[in-house]
Design a protein around this ligand. Structure first.
Ligand SMILES: Nc1ncnc2c1ncn2[C@@H]1O[C@H](COP(=O)(O)OP(=O)(O)O)[C@@H](O)[C@H]1O
Ligand SMILES: [Mg+2]
Length: 388
């Protein structure tokens, strides 16, 4: 006998009768979700992987180097899951030059980074907002800022019926709750997040995500805000001290299963299946992050050694190399700013880094040239190319 997962409300939308789904509040009940057997094995494996990532971050010489790339990579992929057409290189290029031929998409990704930073700051601030739907509305407001967001009601909980898949609610794959119950459903989710629970935090983060997606409180951006919620919960529940778990890549790799599993929670009460899938993605993401961290640091280490050994290495060139992980694409003007140095000094630093094969000119132009730390960008950009 499958669990009851919620109730359906008949609605009339555009003359058609539809059934909107109102989920029961968390946690899953009758029977309750129990972490045992294979689920327990997966939980142990995911927890160990996250702990290994946590240890890896303690051993890296500079966490900010690391975070720059990780946060942007997560932003790019989380946005790509639902069709944003921009790559990590587009974003980095835009940050360096303020120019892009995909401005709208790049802006969405920059908004994602800003929204995450805003939320983390708020959570750290003694009198900041708690982790709650109010905070998520503010996050949404930042995510949807700008040209394209205007008709998507940034920061506002929807007041109309939405749907997923299909061209109208009548032929949709899923019709989320009617607008009048959304606020209460979110308030229930807030209460559950802050209530004591016997379930382990990783499992709870997975449950919070599916519940958030089922409520689908916004007109757009629900996937991204729901994935940000996981990032924030992982930090809030002290699994990691930083937003280094980039779950979106695993979710993107298994996107069909991701959507199917979200749906099966509602249609079959299959929380176990969702959590098993979610934990597998957590493990994959944590393992990936450990490998990526190793690669980044080996590259930086060997490039530094190469540079120091180079006969014409200057102090400014070494300093510039250390700034590159957070600014992997630079112009000459930017290098002057970063180094707080004169144009000849910055130019010389760039030339040395070019000679050693660390920086490469990207534009082929004679003026307004832009230089990229190509091998580093390539490492970060793995899996972020547009495939569809
Ligand atoms: N069957 C489903 N049930 C619940 N949520 C789903 C289902 N299928 C997809 N989703 C979620 O909906 C998200 C898309 O919603 P949307 O508001 O367009 O978010 P975004 O614009 O951030 O991608 C997906 O990324 C996924 O998280
Ligand atoms: Mg969308």
């Amino acid at each position: 006998m499958p669990r009851s997962t919620g109730t359906y409300r008949q609605q009339t939308v555009g003359g058609e009768t539809i059934r909107a789904f109102v989920p029961h509040p968390l946690p899953p009940a009758n029977p309750p979700l129990v972490i045992e057997g294979e689920l327990l094995d997966r939980h142990v494996a995911a927890t160990i992987a996250v702990e290994r990532l946590s240890v890896a971050t303690l051993t890296v010489p500079s966490l900010t180097w690391f975070l720059y790339g990780f946060v942007r990579k997560e932003a790019v992929i989380s946005s790509q899951i639902e069709g944003t057409q921009a790559t990590l290189e587009d974003v980095v290029q835009f940050e360096a030059t303020q120019v892009s031929d995909r401005t709208d998409d790049v802006e969405e990704i920059c908004n994602y980074v800003a929204a995450l930073e805003y939320a983390r700051q708020e959570l750290r601030r003694p009198r900041g907002l708690p982790l709650s739907s109010r905070l998520l509305c503010r996050v949404h407001e930042r995510l949807m800022r700008g040209v394209r967001g205007a008709d998507r009601q940034p920061g506002v909980i929807r007041s109309s019926q939405n749907w997923i898949g299909g061209t109208r609610p009548g032929n949709a794959a899923f019709v989320p709750p009617p607008p009048e119950v959304v606020s209460e459903a979110l308030a229930e989710l807030d209460r559950w997040i802050h209530a004591p629970s016997d379930l382990p935090p990783l499992v709870r983060a997975g449950l919070a995500h599916v519940q958030f997606e089922t409520i689908h409180p916004f007109l757009d951006g629900n996937g991204r805000v729901g994935r940000l919620l996981v990032t924030l919960l992982v930090e809030y529940w002290r699994l990691l001290d930083n937003p280094l778990l980039s779950l979106s890549l695993a979710l993107k790799r298994h996107r069909d299963e991701y959507y199917r599993r979200l749906g099966a929670v509602r249609t079959e009460g299959d929380w176990e299946g969702w959590i098993a899938f979610f934990l597998e993605c957590v493990k994959e993401a944590a393992d990936d992050a450990v490998v990526a961290a190793g690669q980044v640091f080996r590259l930086l280490h060997s490039d530094r050694a190469k540079l120091v050994a180079h006969t014409s290495a200057t102090v400014s060139a070494i300093r510039l190399l250390e700034l590159l992980p957070e600014h992997p694409i630079v112009s000459r003007a930017m290098a002057c700013d970063l180094l707080q140095a004169s144009k000849p000094t910055a130019t010389k630093a760039i030339e040395v880094l070019q000679d050693v094969g660390i920086l490469a000119e990207r534009t082929g132009r004679q003026r307004d040239q832009v230089y990229g730390y190509q091998r580093y960008l390539k490492l970060l950009s793995d899996d972020t190319q547009l495939t569809e």
